[in-house]
Design a protein around this ligand. Structure first.
Ligand code: SF4
Ligand code: SF4
Length: 431
């Protein structure tokens, strides 16, 4: 019995040492020195305890064990249906589409005739320096040019999202093709991959951006979808709202746009219709499709969160008539979010309500982007679900005790209001 108890004891302490060492390694890799140092100290704690209080600790596995039992007891469940529209959304209503309306144009007049309440605040946003613009607060010449280069490439890809469908060829089943596409995506480096059945409300109702004419009704063409996601590296997002964040955004949008255009073309070459949906040329709303695919769920910030990367992911989608597996269950993040609310605390524009769960105020957020010249991203950077907490994140979604533990640790390691990391040295040198 003694041997069993002491083995259990050492297993528990070894697991905790390993856990904090992994957190520290990941934190240093992401240039987060504070989190790295605190986690090294935490990993040393069991070693010091064992060294100084060896006899006492011999049977002390019960403490961690009780904690373990407590944190696997399920807590309350929430569903975040706030971000799930009951009907199709008109792309002309999104801030990006409204921002592009030119005063005096026919589209401008017809839009604001129908939506007069939006004209004043949209005009105020247009009067700001603008995203990546020289007079904006965090303008950095080379970083802005780098981000611009990514958006240039995305613009070039906009015309390649669809194309002619070949005759069906080969004797492959839909399942074989689907498995091949999945493996190809993983091989290409996609961080997130999923498939889903498309619902009508996943499609925008009318075009507001992209290559189709403004205001054109969007037909629901496909029943199946592939979601491709590219992780945004936290070493760059942690500088938010500084310009490395927007450089990272552009690059990750390019990754998933290239994968989507390539995948859609591949599917068409096998005789099935397919269209890529990439930044600036969507017909579907990627977070809704990712949600349907069971890749995560919506958080307090209204952003789509995954368990592994939190909100630090950019997405593209391929819709097709190739039969694909349907998705999984939505992940409930709100039980944790309800305790956390860090995105709301840290949002510089107060676009996320701190007191109650409501949809992100996208106009307020976008106005801030146009003032500072980057896509801000503080809500991505500070989210504990985007930090390397491994299994603790899964536990925090199940139990209130684990949720409080994770929130406490995250505050300790990263700060209640984490400071933005400085830019990487190679960017700083060219400021
Ligand atoms: S920062 Fe906290 S409250 Fe906000 S989305 Fe992330 S987990 Fe939820
Ligand atoms: S909601 Fe907008 S302004 Fe607020 S933290 Fe997120 S990106 Fe920044």
């Amino acid at each position: 019995m003694d041997i069993l108890l002491s083995t259990l004891n050492y297993l528990i302490y070894s697991a905790s040492i390993l856990f904090f060492l992994v957190v520290s390694w990941k934190s240093f890799r992401e240039r987060n020195i504070r989190a790295g140092i605190v986690s090294v100290l935490f990993s040393l704690l069991p070693v010091l305890l064992c060294y100084f209080f060896h006899e006492w600790l011999y049977f002390s596995f019960t403490g961690p064990l009780i904690l373990l039992v407590l944190i696997i007891v399920p807590g309350s469940k929430y569903r975040n249906d706030l971000c799930l529209p009951a009907e199709r959304f008109d792309e002309r209503d999104i801030t990006f589409a409204r921002y592009r309306l030119k005063a005096g144009s026919e589209n401008y007049s017809s839009y604001y005739e129908k939506n007069p309440e939006k004209e004043e605040s949209d005009s105020r946003t247009r009067a700001l320096p603008g995203l990546l613009a020289e007079k904006s607060k965090y303008f950095h010449k080379l970083n802005s040019s780098a981000a611009d280069a990514s958006f240039f490439l995305l613009h070039q890809l906009k015309d390649s999202v669809d194309g002619p469908v070949a005759e069906q060829n080969g004797n492959y089943t839909a399942e074989q093709i689907s498995d091949y596409i999945h493996s190809m995506a993983v091989d290409d480096g996609a961080s997130i991959y999923g498939t889903a059945l498309i619902k009508p409300e996943h499609y925008y109702s009318h075009k507001g951006r992209g290559t189709d004419s403004y205001g054109k009704e969007i037909p629901i063409k496909h029943r199946y979808a592939i979601v491709l996601g590219s992780e945004m590296r936290s070493s760059n997002t942690a500088t938010a709202p500084l310009s490395p964040e927007v450089v990272e955004t552009g690059k990750r949008y390019v990754d998933c746009a290239v994968w989507a255009v390539q995948t859609a073309s591949f599917i068409r070459s096998l005789g099935y219709s397919a269209r890529a949906h990439i930044d600036g040329n969507y017909q579907v709303i990627p977070p809704l499709v990712a949600n349907e695919a069971g890749l995560g769920g919506f958080g307090w910030s209204s952003l789509f969160l995954t368990k592994k990367y939190g909100p630090r992911v950019r997405y593209s989608v391929v819709t097709t008539d190739l039969e694909l597996p349907q998705g999984g269950k939505q992940v409930d993040f709100l039980s944790f979010c309800n305790i956390c609310r860090k995105c709301a605390t840290c949002c510089p524009s107060r676009a996320i309500n701190q007191e109650r769960l409501e949809k992100l105020n996208a106009d307020r957020c976008f106005m801030y982007w146009n003032a500072v010249g980057t896509d801000c991203g503080r809500c991505l950077a500070v989210c504990p679900m985007g930090h390397p907490w491994g299994i603790l994140k899964t536990l925090a979604l199940r139990s209130i005790i684990a949720a409080r533990l994770l929130k406490g640790l995250d505050d300790l390691f990263y700060g209640r209001k984490p400071r933005s990391l400085p830019m990487p040295q190679w960017m700083e040198n060219t400021q």
